[in-house]
Design a protein around this ligand. Structure first.
Ligand SMILES: *[C@@H]1O[C@H](CO)[C@@H](O)[C@H](O)[C@H]1NC(C)=O
Ligand SMILES: *[C@@H]1O[C@H](CO)[C@@H](O)[C@H](O)[C@H]1NC(C)=O
Ligand SMILES: *[C@@H]1O[C@H](CO)[C@@H](O)[C@H](O)[C@H]1NC(C)=O
Ligand SMILES: *[C@@H]1O[C@H](CO)[C@@H](O)[C@H](O)[C@H]1NC(C)=O
Ligand SMILES: *[C@@H]1O[C@H](CO)[C@@H](O)[C@H](O)[C@H]1NC(C)=O
Ligand SMILES: *[C@@H]1O[C@H](CO)[C@@H](O)[C@H](O)[C@H]1NC(C)=O
Length: 453
């Protein structure tokens, strides 16, 4: 009893006297920690070499900066914290005004040689200049890094895809007998923390982080890897609006083009224009998607399917035009003859009219060089008679005109009455429209279910 109370008294006295050792430098002096002491940074800081240095690892996802499908790059911004034990560091905080931790330059401390397998570019940002050491010999290093890493992306379901990218931590040269990597916490904790921290996710929606460790067996030694898998989902709204819907609209336009009449080239040029618009979409797609994927992405199937449908409808239009042309070919000759006939008639009537005008202007004279049918009529040289003559002439002309008109009209009627091939073409048109519409609908439904499942 006496001994115990004495011990406490001693402790108290010691605490009181240590009030003078209140600066960080005092701690460093106590540890003999300075740039000249190689003890702290030359070798793995263990007193007995058989001791395994356990390196704890914690990763927080701060932002998803970029995802490049074409280059298969994943660029996250992460905070990596790791801590391990240094056998040479220990002090009693009570001796040093309660100082329990302090920071020292990174260079004078041994650090594990951790690397991330997936990174392909060294981070240009300088590493954290300080490590924190605690009185129990714990050393903690925190780094924030922009990691440019590779990630094999599956773009099969392209705008509705979820991607998972790995960040695999391991030591360059140390085996499990020297360094053992362990992750801190668990998947749900890492997910929660990252979700709270997350600043920007660009077009991606962060789902979760799963963390696992895996021991790999090499020839001479085993090594533990810590794998952080970041799952994220693409925000597809913009792709739907800018990509999927316009193509459906083009398909609708192509369907609507069946209302345009087959005669004339408008229908064809309209269809070709719509087809070209889909081609432009395909070109854009080619810029986004990587060519490395084994399976053809659904969106490429969607584009090429609709392109093929539109091309079929274009071919059908060409065919129908060919059929109607076939029907029109002999009729074209007829109408030409009609035209010639009417022209002949007009030529015949022309002199009459000219003479009419002449007779009208020279109404006082009896000179009439050319015989006209009107001259055969008994003509009086009075104004009233001339008027009468004109009326009769006009009647003549009118009847001629009506004759030619009716001729023309009858020929028109013949033209309007559909020929055999035209009727066949019309039937083909109707049948194809039904086929086209149903196949297009089935295709869209099929694609929808493929995408959703
Ligand atoms: C301060 O620390 C030095 C070295 O550790 C020690 O010799 C000295 O006694 C300490 N002072 C007090 C008041 O404890
Ligand atoms: C070092 O550790 C090994 C195994 O733990 C033990 O057998 C050995 O005695 C230790 N050596 C010293 C000097 O402590
Ligand atoms: C990520 O790591 C897991 C676990 O080892 C593995 O199954 C998966 O294939 C890896 N993913 C990628 C994209 O490498
Ligand atoms: C994950 O860790 C948290 C605390 O860190 C704990 O509450 C939770 O139960 C753990 N979850 C699992 C699945 O181990
Ligand atoms: C994380 O998300 C993936 C994909 O949604 C899921 O398969 C996995 O079970 C999730 N993991 C956890 C720990 O929630
Ligand atoms: C590696 O691990 C396996 C099983 O975990 C063990 O059988 C083997 O002896 C280990 N190899 C070395 C070199 O430690």
């Amino acid at each position: 009893m006496m001994f115990v109370s004495l011990f406490f008294l001693f402790l108290l006295m010691d605490g009181a006297s240590s009030k003078e050792n209140c600066s960080y430098q005092d701690v460093l002096n106590h540890l003999n920690l300075n740039y000249n002491n190689k003890l702290f940074y030359m070798t793995r800081p263990v007193i007995n070499y058989t001791t395994v240095t356990e390196v704890n690892l914690d990763l927080l996802l701060y932002a998803i900066l970029e995802m490049k499908e074409k280059e298969q790059l994943f660029v996250p911004y992460v905070w990596i914290t790791m801590w391990w034990n240094n056998d040479y560091i220990s002090w009693n905080p009570d001796e040093f005004c309660g100082i329990s931790s302090l920071s020292v330059p990174t260079e004078i401390m041994w650090k594990p040689d951790l690397t991330i397998e997936e990174t392909i570019e060294k981070d240009s940002a300088p590493p954290s200049p300080y490590v924190t050491i605690t009185s129990r010999g714990n050393v903690e290093l925190t780094n924030d890094q922009v990691l440019v890493s590779t990630c094999r992306m599956q773009v099969y379901r392209f705008p509705f895809d979820t991607q998972s990218c790995n960040l695999t931590f391991k030591s360059f040269i140390h085996s499990d007998e020297e360094i053992k990597l362990v992750y801190y916490g668990n998947s749900s904790a890492a997910t929660e923390e990252s979700r709270e921290l997350m600043r920007t996710q660009s077009e991606w929606l962060f789902i979760n982080i799963t963390v696992t460790s895996q021991t790999i067996q090499y020839y001479s030694f085993n090594q533990t890897l810590v794998i952080y898998t970041i799952n994220m989902k693409r925000r597809s709204a913009l792709y739907i609006v800018n990509f999927l819907l316009p193509i459906v609209f083009f398909l609708c336009l192509d369907l609507a083009s069946f209302l345009i009449s087959d005669s004339g080239g408008e229908k064809l040029s309209f269809k070709i224009t719509v087809l070209l618009a889909v081609t432009v979409m395909q070109l854009i797609l080619n810029d986004i998607l990587p060519s490395s994927s084994n399976r053809i992405p659904l969106i490429a199937t969607y584009c090429i399917g609709i392109f093929a449908l539109m091309m079929l409808s274009l071919l059908e239009s060409v065919f129908v035009m060919y059929l109607t042309e076939k029907d029109n070919a002999p009729q074209d000759n007829e109408t030409d003859e009609d035209l010639k006939l009417s022209e002949d008639k007009r030529d015949k009537t022309r002199p009459e009219r000219e003479v009419n005008k002449l007779s009208h202007s020279t109404s006082g004279c009896d000179v009439s060089p050319i015989k006209t049918p009107s001259e055969m009529l008994p003509v009086a040289k009075e104004d009233g008679n001339i008027q009468q003559m004109k009326v009769s002439l006009a009647n003549d002309e009118l009847s001629q005109l009506i004759k030619t008109l009716t001729l023309h009209l009858s020929s028109r009627k013949e033209e309007a009455k559909p020929g055999y091939w035209t009727r066949v073409a019309k039937r083909i048109n109707n049948a194809f429209f039904l086929f086209y519409f149903s196949v297009a609908s089935l295709f869209l439904i099929y694609m929808f279910f493929k995408w959703v499942q």
